[in-house]
Design a protein around this ligand. Structure first.
Ligand code: SF4
Length: 242
């Protein structure tokens, strides 16, 4: 099998409770959503070429043609592995679009899935393979889709599936316009699955910062129903990493 990949490189996870963990990132092409804060909009469509880091963490890229075979990707991941690297981060775009391909990988290292959670049938295919699942829940103000109700239902179904077999946490990007009302269905939905699932509020990285008082208020609002609520910014951007 083959897949369209945007880039493969070694870096440090910058989001959520695994921030600081070294990973090989495989950034897949394509996404079914269109969030207004997206920091990888170029990944929403297929790319003709994939850029590959030559030396782990150096940012010295070369290019190869897409699509790329399973064997080539496994070899590239092996070349980018280092003694402190702990996971293969499947990111995008939306990696669950490529679930059939990911099933063929068997790369010999733990898989860390970064998903928008919108494709539960695809999540079902990977549920026994993923060590860590970072599951987004989008908010209405993200403008990710025309049918928010359906997206939220799918996201909660994905979280329910993956949390049975993987270390799963939920990530919600907070915008300056986010309100208790807009995060309420996400909080209730996660609480109905398992109140212990970590619920990460990630203030958007932007020149319009999220006011601290808004973040504190949202944390306390979510904390009434969920046991592990945290606020974690995108730390890789602070370090100038990919
Ligand atoms: S789900 Fe992720 S990759 Fe897709 S549009 Fe939203 S932020 Fe971008």
């Amino acid at each position: 099998m083959e897949a369209y990949i945007r880039e493969i490189f070694n870096s440090i996870q910058g989001e959520g409770p695994y921030a600081g963990v070294r990973q090989v990132f495989v950034r897949f092409c394509q996404c079914q959503l269109h969030c207004e804060y997206c920091d990888t909009p170029q990944t929403r469509s297929n790319a003709e070429i994939c850029r590959i880091e030559r030396t782990p963490g150096k940012g010295d890229f070369y290019s190869i043609d897409n699509p790329i075979s399973r064997d080539d990707i496994v070899e590239i991941i092996g070349n980018l592995w280092t003694p402190s690297t702990r996971h293969i981060s499947l990111t995008g775009g939306e990696p669950l679009i490529h679930a059939d391909f990911i099933r063929t990988l068997e790369p010999g290292h733990p898989l860390y899935l970064e998903t928008n959670s919108g494709l539960p049938e695809q999540a079902q295919k990977l549920k026994d393979m993923v060590a860590v699942a970072s599951c987004d829940i989008k908010l209405p103000e993200h403008n990710s889709t025309r049918d928010y109700k359906k997206l939220l239902k799918n996201e909660l179904e994905t979280i329910s599936i993956l949390s049975r077999t993987s270390q799963t946490f939920v990530k919600v990007v907070v915008l300056p316009g986010t309100t208790e009302q807009s995060i309420s269905p996400a909080v209730d939905g996660v609480a109905s699955i398992d109140e212990n699932i970590p619920f990460i509020l990630q203030p958007v990285t932007s020149d319009r910062p999220v006011p601290p008082e808004l973040l504190f208020g949202l944390m306390d609002f979510a904390g009434k129903k969920l046991k592990d609520v945290r606020a974690i910014p995108q730390t890789h951007k602070m370090m100038g990493l990919l």
